[in-house]
Design a protein around this ligand. Structure first.
Ligand code: MN
Ligand code: MN
Ligand code: MN
Length: 275
């Protein structure tokens, strides 16, 4: 099994890298990329724990980026976490993320729900909180029954607690990943709810920016969706990646490494790797 997209509690996952590794070993995963949102901070712990086990750890990251009016996620795989340019991008993202979280907290306070920023920070264990942390805070306060209604009523685009973030643009993130020795992969192409025409435009823009691969399989997908992503790979000469986007057992539909196999007409991105 191979899983090139998952999260630890260094971003919005529920598990520590140590617990994540235990899950990965249990699932017989042989290549695992930790791709926390805008941080590489969990990698050291994961590497340390993986020592002596039959598993290859891939240094990854998931950058939130802006393309036109859309929030698009770009994975960096095989990046050098020490690269200064990469760390500068991460710092820039974090500054923007914290500023946005404070604003979300202010918006919710205006609606009469106090202290959600502080509460989200406690839930996350850090202040680089995202909307899932706010959703959990709203659940804990009894404001909403579940994640879905938190987004539907407060945190989703266009809702009263929604604050857009000035993320890095798609090109900057892609170039930054490549400068850090990594490969850039467009994450979960079907999650942006784009028309086929727009999606085609996005993938072309990503390729032009130097993108290397497409996440042909992300979590649960139908075979038709998978084939459609494989066709995009062929059209734009992109490598194929596969990941569960696992955030924890209570937060993800599928378990670590449990996604479907890549279609045979794809070139897996890991085929060029030394692991
Ligand atoms: Mn996430
Ligand atoms: Mn994502
Ligand atoms: Mn993700």
């Amino acid at each position: 099994m191979i899983d090139l997209h998952c999260h630890s509690h260094f971003s919005d996952g529920t598990l520590s890298p140590t617990a994540l590794l235990a899950k990965a070993l249990e699932a017989n995963i042989r290549i695992l990329a930790l791709t926390d949102h805008d941080t590489t901070a969990g990698l050291a712990e994961l590497h340390a724990m993986a020592k002596g086990h039959a598993i290859s750890i891939v240094n990854g990251i998931e950058f939130s980026t802006r393309w036109k009016k859309y929030d698009i996620h770009v994975l960096g795989l095989q990046v050098d976490p020490e690269h200064l340019g990469l760390q500068a991008l991460i710092e820039q993202q974090n500054t923007n993320r914290v500023a946005r979280a404070v604003q979300i907290g202010d918006r919710l306070a205006e609606l009469g729900i106090a202290d959600t920023f502080a509460k989200s920070c406690v839930i996350a264990g850090h202040e680089r909180v995202g909307r899932p942390h706010f959703a959990q805070a709203l659940i804990n306060e009894g404001v909403v029954p579940d994640m879905r209604s938190a987004f539907k009523r407060y945190l989703g685009r266009g809702k009263k607690g929604y604050v857009p973030t000035p993320w890095l643009d798609l090109e900057t993130a892609t170039c930054g990943i490549k400068a850090a020795g990594g490969q850039a992969v467009l994450a979960h192409p079907l999650k942006y709810a784009l028309t086929n025409l727009k999606l085609n435009e996005l993938i072309r823009a990503f390729k032009m920016a130097g993108g290397d691969g497409l996440e042909v399989i992300s979590g649960e997908m139908t075979s038709l969706q998978i084939q459609c992503m494989a066709d995009f790979c062929a059209r734009y000469a992109l490598l194929a990646s596969s990941g569960s986007d696992y955030h924890g057992d209570n937060m993800s539909r599928i378990a670590l490494g449990r996604q479907a196999r890549l279609p045979v007409n794809c070139t897996p991105i890991w085929h060029q790797w030394d692991c």
